[in-house]
Design a protein around this ligand. Structure first.
Ligand code: PRE
Length: 366
């Protein structure tokens, strides 16, 4: 045995022994989660037991990151624990998560980032169907986009909260990175057509102008459709799409991160029908309907100012039935179980035509 082989053997024996301990501990943890499920079923009833606890998951992940001493990066260890909790939760109850499809898009990536890879994610062709599926009980939770750093709020998603009696159980943020994908070929030569949704083509315009001024840019309905076209049309075709789409359609990533803006991100909401407990770092979202008059918004915001509550987002939506009313979607720091948040909610309720509390939920961890 060479010196190198001897030294490697010592270290690999150590790794084998550590792996054995990790393996045992993982199964110990899984057994604990099974017992947690039994306790929930015993006290809440087998039909009503709530297995997924976003507040607890957020606390576990925050603690993992806070105590991490490396060399693994905080986010990397949290990602591992995210998956550990995902398999443990699947033992308690296999999770069915509806998302705004099609398969391979960024919303699916967001769903996996939030629930881990043991959740069964099902694509739906529009956000209305995602809401309907969750409300009907066909899926435990749903994932829909709410805000993009360059495009702003997704008004349609906000309006769905007026129609459906669902709550917000969580949020997840995803950095959006677009890649150039090709089937069976490496490099950039010979590309004549580039497929992607119009919005993505716009977000990569400078890169495309620099590299492919003469290639035809073909707008398609989704990321996944772009990937499918690249696969179907052969070597002259390329798609701009996500890493997940590359995996799904077995395409090569020939150029990574081609977005003009490197910090493009999208925030997604987790919708369900449960009240989420306090995690220690939470947000609350509401819809407030007020009569149109000068200073209406000012009066609403005064309540937040008085109680020193920081807003994290505000958006005006048209009131569908009454033209003399305005609806504001507002999210702010704090949990509705907290007494000073309760005071603001009471004041808003007495000052408005309608107040709908959409939910309190943990601020995105990963
Ligand atoms: O603490 C719980 O309630 C659990 O069910 C355990 C556990 C975990 O694996 O840590 C699993 C799923 C929940 O979403 C939260 C945490």
């Amino acid at each position: 045995m060479s010196d190198q082989e001897k030294e490697l053997k010592v270290l690999r024996d150590q790794i084998d022994s550590i792996d054995k301990q990790i393996h045992q501990l993982l199964n110990d943890r899984a057994r604990c989660a099974q017992q947690v499920a039994e306790v929930k079923e015993k006290h809440q009833g087998p039909q009503d037991a709530v297995f997924y606890r976003p507040e607890r998951e957020a606390q576990v992940l925050r603690r993992v990151m806070a105590r991490n001493e490396g060399p693994l990066a905080d986010k990397e260890v949290a990602r591992l624990f995210r998956e550990v909790m995902s398999v443990c939760l699947a033992l308690e109850q296999p999770m069915h998560v509806a998302f705004l499809g099609p398969e391979g898009n960024f919303t699916q990536q967001a769903a996996s980032k939030h629930f881990g890879h043991s959740a069964h994610c099902i694509p739906f062709s529009n956000s209305d169907e995602v809401f309907r599926e969750v409300e009907a009980g066909g899926a435990h939770y749903g994932v829909v986009p709410i805000e993009n750093s360059s495009e702003g709020m997704v008004g349609h998603t906000l309006d769905l909260f007026k129609r459906f009696q669902l709550t917000i159980c969580g949020e997840v943020k995803l950095n959006i990175h677009h890649h150039l994908l090709r089937a069976g070929v490496e490099g950039l030569d010979g590309i004549t057509h580039i497929y992607s949704p119009q919005q993505t083509l716009s977000q990569c315009r400078s890169w495309l102008d620099n590299h492919f001024l003469s290639a035809e840019r073909v707008p398609v309905s989704s990321n996944s459709e772009a990937a499918r076209m690249a696969l179907q049309q052969g070597p002259g075709a390329a798609a701009i799409a996500s890493e997940l789409a590359a995996d799904l359609y077995q395409l090569n990533i020939v150029s990574k991160n081609i977005d003009d803006q490197s910090d493009n991100s999208t925030r997604y909401l987790i919708i369900g029908d449960q009240i989420v407990g306090e995690s220690g770092q939470d947000k609350t979202s509401i819809l407030v309907t007020v009569r149109d008059k000068a200073g209406a918004l000012y009066e609403l915001l005064e309540h937040f100012h008085k109680h020193e509550i920081s807003l994290t987002g505000i958006e005006t939506r048209p009131a569908s039935t009454e033209s003399s009313h305005s609806v504001f979607y507002i999210d702010f720091q704090g949990h509705s179980a907290n007494s000073h948040i309760q005071k603001v909610l009471q004041e808003l309720e007495s000052d408005s035509v309608e107040l709908k509390i959409l939910g309190s939920y943990p601020v995105a961890v990963l």
